[in-house]
Design a protein around this ligand. Structure first.
Ligand code: PCA
Length: 216
């Protein structure tokens, strides 16, 4: 049976939990069609997260990887289009490292694009009543680092594997501890979003030609 690898992160930045791990862990062991889902929890640490990802890729040999991370303050499920070759940490990671303006892969390309059909995924999510959008920046912290490393690793020797990154909002219980107006999404909606998004990714070998662009 083919494997889908989902990754989530441990908590960081003083949060008691990370919704990315809380969501992906619920799908561990489940099936989507003829694919089996495996969920792995990664450290929120530059370098270490990639080492753990590479071990999971070697162990599970997935045909599809969806890495997931918390993007506190965002209100939608954000399908990331592009990973850039840059670490610039606003806060130290969980190992205390705070790289500033460092390349992730020396001599690597400036950026990689996702190989998931993100437009089709966004369309399916919105059809299912879940707010979703294409995002053109995964930031410059550990999530972008992991996304870039994932696409670099796939490009180096995993031709049958497609990969991408999903940023998700805070859970309501997290938003309740932040200033009024901070957006959130329930865990059940995020988990449903993962299911709908994965089904769309499995269904669409090629992406839809519909606009997901922005003017700013
Ligand atoms: N979000 C952080 C790193 C881990 C996570 O869940 C980010 O967006 O970079």
């Amino acid at each position: 049976m083919k494997t889908i690898l989902l990754t989530g992160f441990e908590p960081f930045g003083g949060e008691p939990l990370n919704p990315s791990w809380e969501a992906v862990r619920q799908l561990d062991g489940q099936r989507r069609g003829d694919h089996q889902i495996r969920a792995v929890r990664l450290s929120c640490a530059f370098g270490q997260a990639l080492t753990e990802l590479e071990a999971a890729l070697a162990q599970h040999q997935p045909v599809l990887v969806l890495a997931v991370g918390q993007a506190g303050g965002r209100s939608e499920l954000s399908l990331e289009r592009i990973a850039i070759n840059l670490d610039d940490a606003r806060i130290p990671d969980n190992a205390g490292a705070q790289p500033i303006d460092s390349p992730i892969v020396a001599d690597g390309p400036a950026a990689y694009f996702t190989t998931l059909p993100i437009k089709a995924m966004v369309a399916a999510l919105r059809e299912a009543g879940l707010p979703a959008a294409v995002s053109h920046s995964a930031g410059t912290y550990v999530c972008n680092h992991l996304f870039y490393g994932l696409m670099h690793e796939i490009g180096r020797g995993r031709p049958g594997c497609r990969g991408g990154f999903l940023h998700i909002p805070y859970l309501p219980e997290q938003a309740a501890r932040h200033p009024a107006g901070t957006p959130s999404m329930s865990l059940s909606q995020i988990v449903r979003g993962l299911e709908v998004g994965l089904d769309a990714a499995l269904h669409h070998e090629r992406d839809l030609r519909i606009s997901g662009g922005t003017t700013h």
